[in-house]
Design a protein around this ligand. Structure first.
Ligand code: TNX
Length: 516
């Protein structure tokens, strides 16, 4: 029999009471307009897992969900009251109602996470009151679908997994040197050419620099509309990233006129950062403004990521056109073209009412107005930008990179980066010590990163992301003072891993043989 002690992430407050609420064929479910998507979702998942239809009812519903900001004020917050007679959810907004529904599913036990009913013991919830709200508004996860394409169904499933952990941003890294994954109607070669990487002629070889395998795939705009709508129903905003002006070799393979050398390039078959960057001509600016016009048509997210990371400047240094261009724009030297180009993109996105997110290299130049900094090379750039009045998402590679190795065990997949254990993830805090309160509110939250150079399938993504993403979810959701590693490890082992098992998530086991 479950108790409130099973919840992950841990809620803000719980007051248990005696008794249980029993679900049976007579249990009805009703919601007001604000909570309609939460009710749809609950009926769908519990319908499958329990076989109970939970029909709607206009009078005397036994489970009722509603949005009332007079009762619950904090964004995404909810109050869940369970008595032997009723389950009553009051939420601040649709997301809050959805998170209450997620909490209800956890309270029903691991079999409530299955796709069909295998449970013979009946279904019940513990009585009491849960009061809950997130610590941060940006609770994100980046998935790199550029290095390795993940099929649409894998993305829909990933959205479900984020939502199950009360995470609310899916940052989709759609383009890089190694692949372009979003259909752009005006420039079809971006996917006709840019979505496909050739294998190495010397055969398949797996090492740190490349895997030698042919690889490809892309999402049509219809696919992306579907993913966005599916995510929105689950409280998840999809933040698209088109990475410029570096990490663009796949685009250059498709449209060589965007480059600096005139050379015919392949979609890059190696990992790491290509020296091939965009030229800074008016036509290149126009090209990418047109690309971002299509991006905003597909993604309603108020924030669009323009990349801006790791931009080698050697080609600009060598190019007379680039030097002339910098002079003509009144820039001190070609390195300032990087910031200039990002500002051109940001201005176009501002015309569409969107803010830009950029990796912290963006903060080395004059920043676009209203830009948000993704602080990845540590937290200093983020702390500095926050002090200057910019909003920040903390993504430090030392703490929240899910491609990084989980142990020193020789059976771990290609070990990248720093050692980042489950416990390291749990101990991370997005607010660096010493940040004053006036600056702290600029930290919108944090985001974990799944870079996929060495994760070539959804199975590998599961292994890298779980259970560390579970720890991360508690870091960004639960109050700082409620965090307790030993208690988290207990809830994880006793209650949460069985849920992931029921969902078919191939997480890294805590003990025992590793699957690779
Ligand atoms: C750095 S984080 C990158 C990615 C790589 C990652 C590998 C960032 C903005 N750039 O392009 O995939 O390291 O860990």
């Amino acid at each position: 029999m479950t108790t409130f002690d099973c919840l992950v992430p841990r809620p803000v407050g719980v007051t248990p009471a005696p008794g249980r609420f029993v679900l049976d064929a007579g249990t009805t479910l009703a919601a007001d307009a604000g909570a309609a998507s939460a009710a749809r979702w609950l009926r769908q998942v519990l319908g499958a897992a329990t076989g109970l239809a939970l029909p709607p009812s206009t009078v005397d519903a036994r489970i009722e969900l509603r949005v009332d900001q007079g009762v619950v004020r904090e964004a995404e917050g909810y109050r869940l009251e369970i008595t032997p007679e009723v389950v009553r959810v009051t939420a601040a907004d649709a997301a809050g109602a959805f998170y209450a529904a997620q909490t209800v599913r956890q309270l029903l036990g691991p079999d409530a996470f299955r796709a069909a009913n295998v449970h013979s013991g009946g279904w019940s919830l513990p009585c009491g009151v849960v009061v809950d709200r997130p610590r941060f508004g940006w609770r994100g996860c980046l998935l790199d679908v550029a290095r390795h394409f993940m099929p649409k169904n894998a993305l829909l499933r990933f959205v479900d997994l984020l939502a199950a952990h009360k995470l609310n941003v899916l940052h989709l890294h759609l383009t890089d040197d190694q692949g372009w994954r979003m259909e752009i109607k005006r420039y079809p070669r971006l996917t006709e050419v840019g979505a496909w990487r050739h294998g190495s002629r010397v055969g398949w070889r797996r090492d740190d620099s490349h895997d030698g395998r042919p690889h490809g795939g892309f999402y049509t705009q219809a696919d992306l509309h579907e993913i966005v709508a599916y995510a929105a129903e689950r409280g998840v905003t999809v933040v698209p990233e088109i990475d410029v002006p570096g990490h663009v070799q796949a685009a250059l393979a498709a449209y060589p006129e965007l480059g600096n050398t005139g050379e015919r390039l392949d979609v890059w078959p190696l990992w790491g950062v290509s020296e091939n960057v965009l030229n800074m001509s008016d036509s290149t600016v126009k090209f990418f403004q047109n690309v971002f016009d299509e991006v905003v048509d597909v993604f309603p997210s108020p924030v669009v990521c323009i990349g801006g990371d790791e931009v080698p400047t050697v080609q600009w240094q060598r190019s007379p056109e680039a030097r002339r261009r910098a002079a003509e724009l009144g820039l001190a030297d070609v390195t300032e073209l990087h910031g200039w180009f990002l500002r051109q993109m940001a201005e176009r996105l501002a015309d569409h009412g969107r803010r830009v997110l950029g990796w912290d290299e963006m903060a080395e130049g004059a920043m676009p107005e209203g830009a948000i900094v993704a602080s990845w090379r540590g937290e200093e750039a983020g702390a500095m930008a926050a002090a200057e009045g910019y909003d920040v998402v903390m993504c430090p590679e030392q703490h929240v990179y899910l491609d990084h190795r989980q142990s020193e065990h020789p059976d771990e997949p290609v070990p990248v980066g720093f050692l980042s254990t489950l416990q390291d993830f749990y101990r991370y805090d997005p607010l660096p010590a010493g940040l004053d309160a006036a600056t702290a509110h600029r930290v919108l939250g944090s985001q974990a990163q799944v870079w996929t150079e060495h994760l070539d399938s959804p199975r590998r993504v599961d292994y890298a992301a779980f259970p560390r993403l579970v720890a991360f979810a508690e870091v960004v959701w639960s109050p700082r003072e409620a965090r307790d590693l030993a208690d988290f490890e207990r809830r994880l082992a006793e209650h949460h891993l069985p849920r992931l098992d029921a969902l078919g998530v191939e997480y890294r086991p805590l003990t025992g043989p590793l699957p690779w």
